[in-house]
Ligand binder design. Structure first.
Ligand code: ZN
Length: 167
């Protein structure tokens, strides 16, 4: 049961609660379903209830378990595309973390704009509209630095074939 201020979020459906364990995106540890990994303290995925009141959370500045899980998910996926954490430099890891944060911020601001509309009642452009474009531009800039292509799976070279003997 998760509460946001006075709002009580109903418990997950019986189907969800049947899944009693969750796998950490960062360290891969399978563990009883909670919000934070017991091993690496990353937020764990699957907190669907945190989607509710996205706009309000944005205004109040509360990070949610979902946002953190999403950020970790993006970071892990991008690092995987780059061939795994061990294959990338410290600088690249930092860029990837920054990229994941920019994407989550962009999506969070967009959710807010979607809920509220881009204009105020007075017909002015909402201040967070520029924040949306800033976050979007930042994510795009970082994506260019990181690169958009997946590192191809390692294919056998002629050397490998020769070393493999006369199969
Ligand atoms: Zn973990």
């Amino acid at each position: 049961m998760i509460t946001h201020g006075s709002t009580t979020v109903p418990p997950a459906t019986p189907i969800d609660s049947a899944e009693t364990t969750v796998r950490c995106l960062r360290c891969g540890l399978e563990q009883p379903r909670t919000n934070v990994c017991v091993n690496c303290h990353s937020f764990l995925p699957g907190t669907k209830t945190a989607l509710i009141h996205g706009g309000r959370q944005f205004v109040e500045g509360n990070g949610t378990a979902l946002d953190e899980a999403r950020r970790t998910e993006i970071e892990v996926n991008v690092l995987e595309d780059l061939g795994g954490t061990d294959e990338v430099s410290e600088v690249m890891r930092s860029l990837v973390a920054d990229f994941a944060g920019a994407v989550v911020l962009r999506d969070l601001v967009f959710a807010h704009l979607r809920a509220k509309g881009p204009l105020t009642k007075a017909g002015r452009r909402r201040a967070c509209t520029s924040l949306y474009f800033d976050a979007s531009a930042r994510a795009e800039r970082l994506a260019k630095q990181i690169g958009t292509s997946r590192k191809p799976a390692r294919v056998s070279t002629l050397q490998d074939v020769l070393e493999g003997g006369g199969r």
